[in-house]
Write a protein that binds this ligand. Structure first.
Ligand SMILES: [Fe+2]
Ligand SMILES: [Fe+2]
Length: 375
């Protein structure tokens, strides 16, 4: 149970921490970049609260979504530079032929799909920020945190990144979660991993240097890791939007959330299909990383068979109601904080500064504090 006064105080304290943390890091001039209105960084009151055009809750939800989309764009951009199509729609990088070829083992159109997913995220980020600005609300800019290293493999741009794709711990339980006809994470159920060894340890999803381009099974293991990570990321977005939509107040903001969210599901559906084509192998460079044959015992069947890519109907809201084919989870309580935890646990932010984590948890807490019909 949230105590509004206490939480407001905590949030203000965190904003102060973010601000002072940046000052301490010698980046005082960057503070204003975090929010278009620097006073926002130290108070709960942004101009939208006064304009009446967006409720504070709606603005907080949109700001968290904008931050999530900026992070998504950053990671997809890294994939596109090495394994996608570099063009005027998604510029940057020059491609890695061995990595692109290994990805193409999952589907010959992988480069196109990576490009299109990257472009989609970029438009989500830009649109949500522009929408916030059009309502006089503060926008999100994470440029101060573009500090993580790029891959040194040929084809990657050498620029600062927000996310780390080289030490991932990939939760692949979505594979079995969407095949279960009796379990739902919103009922407290958990689900087995499709690729148990990806869910522990740290694994690169892009080549770190050109040394990662051989032997063949090693670069294929990296491409397989990416193939599952794509699904892991996009199922997260698929759940995030309906989860926060339940607490949106303004019908137009609801339209924004309901119109972007399902595109995350389109991405997830695509990646769910492609991951099943990842060839079974053991990484010769890291023999603990094993991609099993999901169509043969002890795998196979409804839980693992690779052509079962549609959501299996399962329990929803109440066990007394009929099962239903649904996105899961969609519980709204703590949804943004949950997504932040999930992204952090996968190692996506390894190397990020304390100020980054403070800002992100502040944004997530504000979003989770939003109430439908709130002021
Ligand atoms: Fe997105
Ligand atoms: Fe996405």
């Amino acid at each position: 149970m949230r105590v509004p006064d206490k939480n407001a105080k905590t949030s203000i304290n965190r904003r102060e921490f973010v601000k002072s943390g940046l000052v301490a890091a010698g980046a005082a001039s960057l503070t204003t970049g975090l929010f278009s209105n620097s006073s926002r960084a130290a108070t709960q009151e942004g101009p939208e609260e006064k304009s009446g055009r967006l409720t504070r809750g709606d603005a907080s939800i949109l700001r968290f979504l904008a931050a999530a989309e900026i992070l998504e764009t950053d990671l997809w951009q890294q994939y596109n530079e090495l394994g996608g199509i570099q063009d005027s729609e998604v510029p940057g990088g020059s491609g890695s032929a061995p990595y692109t070829a290994a990805l193409a083992v999952l589907d010959s159109d992988m480069a196109q799909y990576i490009h299109d997913n990257t472009e989609d995220e970029l438009t989500h980020e830009v649109f949500i920020n522009a929408y916030l600005a059009s309502k006089g609300a503060d926008t999100i800019n994470l440029d101060a945190f573009r500090t993580l290293p790029s891959s040194k493999a040929t084809g990657a741009q050498q620029i600062g990144r927000l996310t780390n794709l080289m030490q991932l711990t990939v939760d692949t339980s979505w594979w079995t979660r969407y095949r279960s006809s009796t379990g739902n994470p919103d009922f407290g159920d958990s689900f087995p991993q499709a690729i148990p060894s990806l869910a522990s340890g740290q694994h690169p999803a892009i080549p770190r240097t050109d040394a990662d381009l051989a032997p063949n099974d090693h670069i294929q293991a990296i491409a397989n890791t990416a193939g599952f990570h794509f699904g892991t990321i996009e199922q997260g977005g698929t759940s995030l939007y309906p989860s926060v939509a339940q607490r949106v107040t303004n019908p137009e903001v609801l339209r924004v959330v309901l119109s972007i969210g399902p595109t995350e599901a389109m991405h997830f559906q695509t990646w769910s299909d492609k991951a099943g084509n990842a060839p079974p192998l053991t990484d010769p460079t890291d023999p603990t990383l094993v991609f099993p044959d999901l169509n043969s015992p002890p795998f196979g069947g409804e839980q693992f068979q690779t052509n079962l890519i549609m959501p299996e109907p399962t329990i929803f809201l109440s066990r007394k109601l009929p099962t239903c084919s649904i996105v899961r989870p969609t519980n709204t309580s703590g949804a943004a904080t949950g997504v932040l935890k999930f992204l952090t646990a996968m190692g996506l932010f390894i190397g990020q500064s304390p100020a980054f984590f403070q800002l992100m948890s502040d944004l997530a807490e504000d979003a989770d504090g939003a109430k439908r019909g709130g002021a």
